[in-house]
Design a binder for this molecule. Structure first.
Ligand code: P6P
Length: 329
């Protein structure tokens, strides 16, 4: 396979769509830049003692903020504001959306989780950046408004994630399939390594926090027992890293289902609709899989709040449908 950098790929993609303005391309390139900067500091997390560890504060989610969370958040905001294509952002680390006063004529808003799974940083487990892009619905020339962000997931124009693990990979879609780019550190470029990703229809793994089993619904318990009984002679393995990007990335490539059902502590689900579940659902559907809250397609959920949460069952289509059959018995 010839070496194709992310920038070259984005430009080639843009040429396939004559009416493409190039704005979205610029935005994707800047997200790539931000992730390279985050990656640089993550890979030195053990050495950069000024950043490692807790920021002695909690975010709107009530979660302890790691200094790298804040660092990743600020880098993404800076790169997106400089891109000139983004009129505002919403972040897991920000109480509400941030309008860019100097970008009133930009066409896109971006929602992101700057460093998902950051509680894993101190134990050197994979973490990730997740992003979701919408075209603004408010008038150009004015600041973006909340409604620009509270759009259904099926309105996304792009979505993706960067996984910072044994290597660093950016995976994204603009609605024409899913492509993966691995960072080549020697040249500092994301290079096409996984063209046209398609999730195998037969799952190999199920991914759930088994520790919450007792508070799952009967239907969820029956689905997990189905996986454990190796019914239909399917040997399911349990794989759970506790970092959504890492768990979903594995299943996207190899087949599997990731589920975060309702629990006693999170009756509406734990994961955030806007900047975790929507982008992952867009990617998963583009890779031939499925993503639901157990009943409804994730991408059709009408959001009411920026930080709202949802239950999620996402992965190999047949396996998600199997889970739904137990849940909706
Ligand atoms: P639990 C990380 O904190 C996160 O938001 C996701 O990345 C991950 O899938 C989930 O929470 C893990 O939650 O309750 O199993 O630790």
């Amino acid at each position: 396979m010839r070496l194709v950098t992310l920038d070259e790929f984005i430009i080639e993609e843009q040429e396939r769509y004559p009416n493409a303005t190039g704005e979205l391309s610029g935005l994707l390139r800047d997200i790539g830049l931000a992730s390279k900067i985050v990656n640089r500091d993550l890979s030195r997390a053990g050495l950069v003692d000024s950043i490692l560890g807790d920021a002695e504060k909690t975010n709107i989610q009530g979660e302890e903020v790691k200094k790298l969370d804040e660092f990743a958040n600020s880098i993404l905001i800076k790169c997106l504001q400089n891109s000139g294509e983004c009129c505002g952002i919403a972040s897991e680390e920000e109480d509400t959306f941030v309008a860019f006063d100097n970008r009133k004529n930009a066409s896109y808003v971006v929602l992101f989780d700057p460093l998902d799974g950051s509680s894993n940083i101190d134990v050197i487990a994979p973490v990730g950046t997740i992003f979701s892009v919408f075209k603004r619905i408010s008038k150009h020339g004015e600041n973006c408004v909340l409604e620009d962000f509270l759009q259904k997931g099926d309105q996304q124009v792009a979505a993706g994630y960067v996984i910072y693990g044994s290597s660093t990979m950016l995976v994204y879609t603009t609605g024409n399939g899913v492509n993966g780019f691995t960072l080549e550190p020697s040249i500092g470029e994301f290079c096409l390594s996984h063209p046209s990703i398609q999730t195998p229809s037969n799952a190999k793994t199920y991914s759930v926090n088994q520790g919450n089993y007792n508070s799952f619904s009967e239907g969820t318990k029956q689905f997990i027992e189905y996986c454990q009984e190796n019914t239909d002679k399917k040997a399911y393995s349990l794989r759970y890293i506790g970092s959504m990007v890492a768990d979903i990335h594995r299943n996207l490539l190899k087949g599997g289902i990731f589920l975060y059902p309702a629990t006693k502590d999170t009756p509406g689900g734990k994961l955030r609709l806007m900047y975790e579940c929507n982008p992952m659902a867009f990617l998963q559907e583009q890779a031939g899989g499925k993503a639901s809250d157990g009943t409804n397609r994730i991408l059709e959920i009408k959001p009411t709040k920026l930080h709202e949460r949802t239950t999620i069952y996402i992965g190999s289509k047949a396996t998600v449908e199997k889970a739904e059959s137990y849940l909706n018995k």
